[in-house]
Design a protein around this ligand. Sequence first.
Ligand SMILES: [Zn+2]
Length: 180
Amino acid sequence: MDIDLNPCIKITIDAIGKPGQRTFFIQGETESETITLLFEKIQVQSLVVALLKFFENLHQKYPDLTPENGEYIEENMKIAPPVDPLFRVGELNLTYESDIDKVCLVTKEILFTQDDPNFQNSSFQEGRTVNFWCTRDQISQLANWCVILLQQGRPICPLCNEPIGPEGHLCPKKNGHKKH
Ligand SMILES: [Zn+2]
């Protein structure tokens, strides 16, 4: 089952929860529907890296493309309630449709059936897919916003590069003796 959000009037990734316990979501909106999916922080990190590469390659392949406007408005990057995720994202892909100058962010549902004995004899199970059709500007803004979003997590310990929670942490560089 494929869901096409075309065109997305809004696309964002946002996190809910305290630093260190944040849950990440991707949310896209058309005139008629809003879809929210569960995301992992590591997927946000990979997406940021992938998008940098994506735009670099895109402009090499299509040298006449105008540059993206990556300036987002923070207010527009907050997810809107209700936050009711349809599924957890497993696979992520990016494609570019040159005839319509749109970027499609393809998100596939993760399925947990392989380790589940109840599913071993069932026919091939296919996860759902949501296609977020966006402008290059929207995707560029999303990438810039995600960089900030990722920085809003726990502060990093300058000694050992581990994240520091609100309760401090036992720093291996200080032999774990002292919280800081
Ligand atoms: Zn430390």
